[in-house]
Design a protein around this ligand. Structure first.
Ligand SMILES: Cc1ncc(COP(=O)(O)O)c(C=O)c1O
Length: 279
């Protein structure tokens, strides 16, 4: 596979990041995982908007790099003959010159891809973990930065506990999101998901699901969900670019996943159509 590494196309086995790149040194970077379906990026503009917002938040100058991404991505897809994949775009603050906190670097762009691992069997298990035990970055609006240490530690703890994904609960007892996914619940004909004001990532798939749910007549609410209430929910699922809609369960929770199943089918169809928009 050919990788785009800061202006050059190189074979994946030869691609390197400079030792003094700010992203490598301090996690001073932003990333996006973009789904490619039948050679078409899914909602690229939403990913670019989110990256743009992240750049504003961390004061990174990289407007012109952002503008280059659609063309570079198109070239990447063509040169690697990509059909279905998860592409990863990373913008770092670049090679460090000056002091780390006032570096004179110019941002660097990297692009690679990995296969989509479809999760065939569901529901998968989740565990609720206290956010305060992990170094999780919370900004509002949330940024997708290279600082995923807390997320990865929680994911490892969840997997060690036999779960697929952790679900975080903040200091006030509210459910926020997963380590690398958003979470949804269904109660009667309401689709509920934690509000962005909690600092959760505005997932591209989160948005898409809310559109699909409205089309199915569900009432969508971005709201505060207290952990004590989750046992009373009818259904629950997690969402991301990689897994789409994935029904979940936990100790003592059972469901027929009546609506979740339909939303999962709707989203899979949208992916398979190679289109980005709900018609
Ligand atoms: C913390 C977090 N929440 C949610 C998501 C889901 O976002 P998306 O739907 O854009 O893949 C991700 C994806 O990486 C994430 O890292």
């Amino acid at each position: 596979m050919l990788i785009y590494a800061d202006g050059s196309w190189v074979d994946a086995s030869e691609a390197v990041v400079p030792f003094n790149d700010q992203g490598f040194l301090y996690g001073d970077s932003l990333f996006e995982t973009i789904r490619i379906n039948q050679g078409n990026p899914f909602r690229l503009e939403k990913h670019l908007e989110r990256m743009h917002s992240g750049m504003d938040t961390i004061h990174m100058e990289g407007e012109s790099l952002l503008k280059d991404i659609p063309h570079i991505l198109e070239t990447f897809i063509a040169r690697n003959d990509v059909d279905n994949a998860l592409t990863r775009i990373i913008i770092t603050r670049g090679v460090s010159r000056g002091s780390p906190w006032s570096t004179l670097s110019t941002p660097s762009l990297y692009l690679s891809a990995r296969p989509i691992n479809e999760v065939g069997e569901w529901p998968v298990k989740v565990v609720f973990l206290e956010e305060k035990n992990y170094p999780i970055l919370r900004f509002h609006p949330a940024i997708k930065s290279g600082n995923y240490l807390g997320n990865m530690l929680a994911k490892k703890d969840a997997e060690d506990a036999g779960a697929f994904e952790p679900v975080f609960v903040n200091r006030d007892g509210y459910v926020t999101e997963c380590a690398i996914r958003n979470i949804f619940f269904i109660k009667d004909d309401f689709l509920l998901t934690p509000a962005l004001e909690l600092g959760v990532l505005p997932g591209v798939i989160r948005d898409t699901i809310m559109e699909l749910a409205k089309r199915r007549g569900l009432k969508v609410r971005e709201t505060l969900i207290i952990q004590d209430d989750v046992q009373e929910m009818d259904e629950a699922f997690i969402s991301s670019t990689g897994v789409g809609v994935l029904p979940v369960t936990w100790e003592g929770f059972t469901s027929t996943y009546q609506h979740s199943k339909k939303l999962r089918t709707d989203l899979t169809k949208l992916f398979e159509s190679g289109e980005s928009h709900v018609s």
